[in-house]
Design a protein around this ligand. Structure first.
Ligand code: NAP
Length: 292
């Protein structure tokens, strides 16, 4: 396969690029904070000096960036993707962003003759490292078919949904569920603890019951140890809840459960927990409200 470009060496991008290298792909990486490319370089990656330089060198360029602002900046700013994207090249943004942002990028790339896919993923740091992500893809079908070998290495399954926007919206709906579940779980763990019950016993009961799921069984044990080492930054969960609520508004769908969870993530970010794992939302439920 052709050399692959990869923009964004955060928690996810780094693990994904490393996985591509391990599986024999030639990869050129770029990150705004350049030092985050060092480890990739040690493992055989080339380093590009700008998004434009990466796109110039590579037929296909992936991006995994924090939010809509970053996604737009890497494409439209000076030395951005748009300067070098052209016919015969593909750009695949795997960041979790809203459909409007994705459509803006898609349109600009198409105007230069390039092909575009949005491909947000479900699955975190470990799934990224192990090639076990689920890619939620939409956009140019031809590009999707051309880069399937890369998707097959990055994840266990990819879904092609259709038009640009459908992948972005699906990912927001998925993360809205996750954010609400984590909010409910955190609240219950705090309630169990404060009412004199063993949180570990609660975990064991939930695990064996119809409520058992991978998220709770994976995060629960660390949460009750107050270990919130970052896998999925809480500030990104807040970003996703906000975009999901906006999607609800656009479609006149009431989302009161997600709205309540959103408030919890808001409070957590205000309390300085934004860079911890999203499970740190647990902390705000543990704080006893002063009695009036
Ligand atoms: P992260 O560790 O915070 O990394 C964010 C990346 O975006 C970094 O490379 C950062 O560069 C870059 N960035 C931020 N603002 C930028 C800007 N203005 N211009 C250029 N680059 C910019 O985040 P992550 O956990 O890897 O997540 C990346 C995306 O995947 C997010 O959309 C997230 O919602 C989604 N996601 C994450 C997970 C997860 O479990 N972590 C799972 C599924 C989906 P610097 O290093 O220079 O700051």
């Amino acid at each position: 396969m052709e050399e692959i470009g990869f923009l964004g060496m955060g928690i996810m991008g780094k693990a994904m690029a490393m996985n591509l290298l391990r599986n024999g792909f030639k990869v050129t990486v770029w990150n705004r904070t350049l030092s985050k490319c060092d480890e990739l370089k040690e493992h055989g990656a080339s380093v590009g000096e700008s998004p434009a330089a990466v796109v110039k060198k590579c037929k296909y360029t992936f991006a995994m960036l924090s939010d809509p602002h970053a996604a737009l900046s890497v494409v439209f700013d000076k030395h951005g993707v748009l300067e070098e994207i052209c016919s015969g090249k593909g750009y695949i943004d795997m960041s979790t962003i809203d459909a409007e942002t994705s459509s803006k990028v898609s349109k600009a790339v198409a105007e230069k003759g390039g092909a575009y896919l949005e491909a947000p993923v479900s699955g975190g740091k470990k799934a990224a490292a192990d090639g076990q992500l689920i890619s939620i893809v939409a956009g140019n079908k031809g590009l999707y078919e051309d880069i399937l070998p890369a998707f097959d290495v990055l994840g266990k399954k990819s879904f092609f949904l259709g038009e640009v926007g459908e992948g972005a919206r699906m990912k927001l709906v998925v993360n809205m569920i996750m954010g609400s579940m984590m909010g409910a779980f955190s609240e219950a763990l705090a309630l169990a603890d404060k009412s004199g019950l063993s949180p570990q016993t609660l975990l064991d009961i939930v695990d064996l019951s119809a409520l058992g799921n991978h998220l709770f069984s994976y995060k629960g044990p660390t949460m009750i140890q107050n270990d919130y080492s970052t896998a999925f930054p809480l500030k990104h969960q807040l970003k996703d809840m906000r975009m999901a609520l906006a999607l609800g508004d656009e479609n006149d769908v009431s989302t009161p459960i997600a709205a309540a969870a959103n408030e919890a993530y808001n409070k957590a970010v205000d309390s300085g927990l934004g860079d911890l794992d999203f499970s740190a939302v647990h902390v705000i439920f543990k704080v006893t409200e002063p009695s009036t």
